[in-house]
Design a protein around this ligand. Structure first.
Ligand code: HEM
Length: 538
C-alpha cells in the first residue's frame, strides 16, 4: 500500500494515508474530479458576473469559510508533542495498570496550555499552565489532565463557570486581565477565600515558567489505584522535569510577550527538533485508602490542599520522553480531546467534588467543540487498543460498522460484542463506599480552612521568591480600580502573613489591616521553593 505520509522533517507522521486526502498527482475537488484551473472563477463573459454553477469556486470558498472550529472554552492556547512513557515496574504492587509494568513502553501525546488566554494570546501571561497527557495504553486510553500547580481555585466543580467568568477578559471591552483592569479576578478570589492558595501559586514565579520543559505537573486531585488483588490506595500524581523547575522574571515576561509571544511553543518544538528531548519522571504520593480519606489531618478530597513531600515522598513510577513534534497543529494539538473520564484498569477516581464535576464537563464541551459524538475517531484521539463497542451513527461517523445487532443480548451476531466468557483483565469498578443519604449541598468542615496552607507556601519561599510574590500582588492589585476589592484582598494577605500584607499595602499606598484568622502551627515545606536548582546549559 501507500506509505504513511512524511512530515517536513522526514518523520513518519503515523497518520493513515487513506485519511490523508493528499494522494494522486493532480489537483482535484474534494470528490476527486481533476482541475486544471484554480485561480480564476467561472464568469459570464470576461467581466462577469461570477456564475453560481462554479462548484470548484463554491467548494473552495465554502470549505475555507468553515476552517475554524471553536477554541476551547478554557486552555485555548496550547502546544503539543508526542513521546513515550516507560514504566519502572515500581507501581505494580499498588496498581494493575499495564502501563506501569517494568520497561513497558506506551506512546503518549502531551498538550501544554495557558488557561485564560485565547488561541492567539501570548505564552508568558501570568497564569496556570495545563499539562495534559494522553497515554495510548494497550488496555485503552488513560488521560492525566493536570496543571503545573498542585492546587485549584475551587473545591466544587459547580463553581467552575464562576471562577472562569471572573478570570476571563472583562465582558464589556474584552480586554485580557493581564493588560488591563483586574477587578473581576480579585473580586472573586477575595470574596471566595478558598481560591487564595491557588492565587499565591499564580503570584509566585511558577506563574511565569521559563519553558514548558521546566514545569512540574500535578494531577491535583487524589486518585485511587487498584492492584490485581483488588486492594486500593489513594495517590497524588506528580511530573518532575529532568531539567528542574525554572521561571523568568516579571519584567522579562512582559518584554518577551511583546517581542516573542510564541516563546514556549517555539522552545518546545526547537528542543525536540534538536534532539534535546524533554523528560519528566512520573511519581506518586501514596496514602492509605481509609474511611476519612485524610492523611496527617489533610483532607485528601480537598483540591485546595497539598500534602507536603516531607510527609509523603514522591515515589517514581516511570519516565516520559517527548521526542516528536506534531506534523499538523490542527489535526493533533487542536483536535486532541482530553478527558479525566478516560481511565484504564487499575486507575480510578475519588469523590473529590471538583474531579466529579470534571467527569461531566469535558465530554460535554467536546460535543460542541468537535461537532458531535464521533471525535474519538479523529486520528489523534483513537485508542491504540482494540475497540468493539455498540455506539453507532451520529454526526461525522466515519466507521463502517458490520453486523445487524448492536444491542445486548442478541442471537443474530453471535452475541457480539459480548461473546461467551469473561474478558481477561477487565476494567475494575472499585466498590468505594458512599454516604447513604443525599446531603443538601453540604461541604465538609475540613474544606473551611482557607489560609494555613497558603501561609505554609509563603513561609517556604526564599527571600528573593518572597520579594517576587509581593511585587506580583502589588502589580496586580495596582490594576484593580475598585478600592473595596483592594481592601478585601489586603485583608486576605494579612490572614496569610502580616509582613506580606504590609509590603503590598505600602506599594499600593494603603493602610495594612491586621489578621482576622489565627495562624495554626504551620511548618514551611522546603520542597515548594524553586531556589537551589541550576538552569542547565544544554
Ligand atoms: C480543559 C486541567 C478543572 C473544564 C483543561 C485542560 C487542562 C485542564 C490541562 C486542557 C486540555 C487540553 O490541552 O486540551 C484542569 C485541572 C483542573 C480543571 C487540573 C482542576 C484540578 C476543571 C473543572 C472544569 C473544567 C472543574 C469544569 C467543571 C474544562 C473544560 C476544558 C478544560 C470545559 C476544555 C476542554 C476541551 O475543549 O477539550 N482542563 N481543569 N476543568 N477544562 Fe479543566
Amino acid at each position: 500500500g501507500t506509505p504513511a505520509p512524511m512530515s517536513p522533517t522526514g518523520q513518519d507522521t503515523g497518520i493513515d494515508p487513506a485519511l490523508n486526502a493528499q494522494g494522486g498527482e493532480y489537483l482535484t475537488t474534494a470528490h476527486g474530479a481533476r482541475r486544471s484551473e484554480t485561480d480564476r472563477s467561472l464568469k459570464a463573459g470576461t467581466r462577469g458576473p461570477v456564475l453560481l454553477q462554479d462548484h470548484h469556486f463554491r467548494e473552495k470558498i465554502s470549505h475555507f469559510d468553515h476552517e475554524r472550529i471553536p477554541e476551547r472554552v478554557v486552555h485555548a492556547r496550547g502546544a503539543g508533542a508526542h513521546g513515550v512513557f516507560r514504566g519502572y515496574g515500581t507501581a505494580g504492587r499498588i496498581s494493575s495498570a499495564a502501563l506501569f509494568g517494568k520497561d513497558v513502553e506506551t506512546p503518549v501525546f502531551v498538550r501544554f496550555s495557558t488557561v485564560l488566554g485565547s488561541r492567539g494570546s501570548a505564552d508568558l501571561a501570568r497564569d496556570t499552565r495545563g499539562f495534559a497527557t494522553k497515554f495510548y495504553t494497550s488496555e485503552g486510553t488513560w488521560d492525566l489532565v493536570g496543571n503545573n500547580m498542585p492546587v485549584f481555585f475551587i473545591q466544587d466543580a459547580i463553581k467552575f463557570p464562576d471562577v472562569i467568568h471572573a478570570g476571563k477578559p472583562h465582558p464589556d471591552r474584552e480586554i485580557p486581565q493581564a493588560q488591563s483592569a483586574h477587578d473581576t479576578f480579585w473580586d472573586f478570589v477575595s470574596l471566595h477565600t478558598e481560591a487564595q492558595h491557588h492565587a499565591i501559586w499564580n503570584m509566585s514565579d511558577r506563574g511565569i515558567p521559563r519553558s514548558f520543559r521546566t514545569m512540574e505537573g500535578f494531577g491535583v486531585h487524589t486518585f485511587r489505584l487498584v492492584n490485581d488483588e483488588g486492594r486500593s490506595v489513594l495517590v497524588k500524581f506528580h511530573w518532575k522535569p529532568k531539567l528542574g523547575v525554572h521561571s523568568v522574571l516579571w519584567e522579562e515576561a512582559q518584554i518577551t510577550n511583546g517581542m516573542d509571544p510564541d516563546i514556549h511553543r517555539r522552545d518546545l518544538a526547537d528542543a525536540i527538533e534538536a534532539g534535546a528531548y524533554p523528560e519528566w519522571e512520573l511519581g506518586v504520593q501514596v496514602f492509605e485508602d481509609n474511611e476519612e480519606q485524610t492523611f496527617e489531618g489533610i483532607d485528601l478530597l480537598d483540591p485546595t490542599k497539598i500534602v507536603p513531600e516531607e510527609l509523603a515522598p514522591v515515589e517514581p513510577v516511570g519516565l516520559m520522553t517527548l521526542n516528536r513534534n506534531p506534523s499538523n497543529f490542527f489535526a493533533e494539538t487542536e483536535q486532541v480531546a482530553f478527558n479525566p473520564n478516560n481511565l484504564v484498569r487499575g486507575i480510578d477516581v475519588t469523590n473529590d467534588p471538583l474531579l466529579q464535576g470534571r467527569l461531566f464537563s469535558y465530554l460535554d464541551t467536546q460535543l460542541s467543540r468537535l461537532g458531535g459524538p464521533n471525535w474519538i475517531q479523529l486520528p489523534i484521539n483513537r485508542p491504540h487498543a482494540p475497540v468493539n463497542d455498540m455506539l453507532r451513527d451520529g454526526m461525522h461517523q466515519t466507521a463502517v460498522h458490520s453486523g445487524v445487532a448492536p444491542y445486548h443480548p442478541n442471537s443474530l451476531d453471535g452475541n457480539n460484542p459480548f461473546p461467551a466468557g469473561e474478558p481477561a483483565r477487565p476494567f475494575i469498578d472499585f466498590p468505594a463506599p458512599v454516604a447513604a443519604s443525599v446531603k443538601e449541598r453540604a461541604r465538609p468542615v475540613s474544606f473551611e480552612d482557607h489560609f494555613s496552607q497558603v501561609r505554609m507556601f509563603w513561609l517556604s519561599m526564599s527571600d528573593v521568591e518572597k520579594e517576587h510574590i509581593a511585587q506580583a500582588y502589588t502589580f496586580e492589585l495596582g490594576k484593580c480600580f475598585e478600592q473595596s476589592i483592594r481592601e478585601r484582598q489586603l485583608q486576605c494577605l494579612a490572614n496569610i502573613d502580616e509582613k506580606l500584607c504590609a509590603v503590598v499595602a505600602e506599594g499600593l499606598g494603603m493602610p495594612a489591616p491586621g489578621p482576622t484568622v489565627k495562624h495554626s502551627e504551620v511548618r514551611p515545606s522546603p520542597a515548594l521553593s524553586q531556589v537551589g536548582k541550576e538552569w542547565p546549559t544544554d
